[in-house]
Design a protein around this ligand. Sequence first.
Ligand SMILES: [Zn+2]
Length: 414
Amino acid sequence: MRINDDRLKNNFEALSQIGATTEGGVHRPTFSPAHLEARAWFRERSESAGLDFQIDNAGNHSAVMLCANSDAPTLLLGSHLDSVPNGGRFDGAIGVLSAFEVLLTIKDEGIKLPFHLEAIDFTDEEGTLHGLLGSEALTGILKSEDLISPRGGREQFLSGLAEAGLTEEGLFSAQRSPISLAGYLEVHIEQGNRLTNAQADIGIVTSIVGINSCTLTFIGRADHAGTTPMDERLDASLGASAFTLAARKLVMRDFPDCVVNVGAMDFEPGAFNIVPAGVDLSLEFRAPDDGTFEHLKISLLALAEAEAHRYGLSLKAKFLGKHEPAPLDPDIQEVFKQAAESLDVKAISLASFAGHDAQSLARVCPAGMIFIPSVGGSSHSPREFTEWDDCVNGANVLLQAALNLVNSYLSIQD
Ligand SMILES: [Zn+2]
């Protein structure tokens, strides 16, 4: 059995028009007019195909095929329809459309399901407001303290929810019982070069890295930039700059499977003729497992302390929230592997360095994810591109994996 290539392509082209940018990408930040339009489009397509449609209190949008047994759990397939500002057409969208296409194919074939099947578009995966908002609400990971200072700012968070007819308190009622979830499968673009380099068609994700972000504040003293001798300055920029270079060296030497990024530096008071009294440095780091994640955090903080000390500065660290590393289900990885083999597409295993909704689901049910190749590794950009054959492969592997789960579920019940 195969998905309907033309139908998937028509849907992809129609969806790509919504929020289309002149550079060839899409601009669909969470709850922007284009994002809401994309969601309305998904609903309209689902209902006109005769599928049920549900929207929960976290705004997650789902096309649903119910099975005869109302007590049965649900197999979720999905991704997200929001984008980063001026993003690409494939990130998230191809996952939702592949999930939708699997439902349509199974409906066409008249297959009797032992569980409910749902193609879900999670709210705010990309973090316009919070990041993984819908999947964390659905799995119960979301805590009220996470929303005190969401990454997009508190005001934008509340006005965004209001725009979509949601409330902060309501988000928590979107939580589903783990027993109600048979599993979660996601197709996503790789957003890197590893599949192309390995000449592979499909990447089976073993784990999604943990991400921690914090603001490091290096504190020195403002002085006249002309009259203060060089060796008497308490220049906060020196600690911040030295730390940035040393952090790169540290990670490359001692943490080869991790990454670190200094994404911003904010100087106080920030003028040509004043020695910087303070620098707020935006630090993010990622690691594939709990032990490495903690070790990396301790090492980076110790390094920041040492560099601050070297230049006579003091240091403050404020952690802004993290996502724990999420190993994905070994049985689901095997299901994907067999699905790829049966379709004669080459699959390799790899970790994901980007965050995805699958990491939320992995905390409460068997979850798995596959990648399809990104040409040139580009993503979060209008240059983002995946060859159409690879999109079709991804949707077919997803279909085959879902069918394999149907069969194994039936054999357990016999
Ligand atoms: Zn994505």
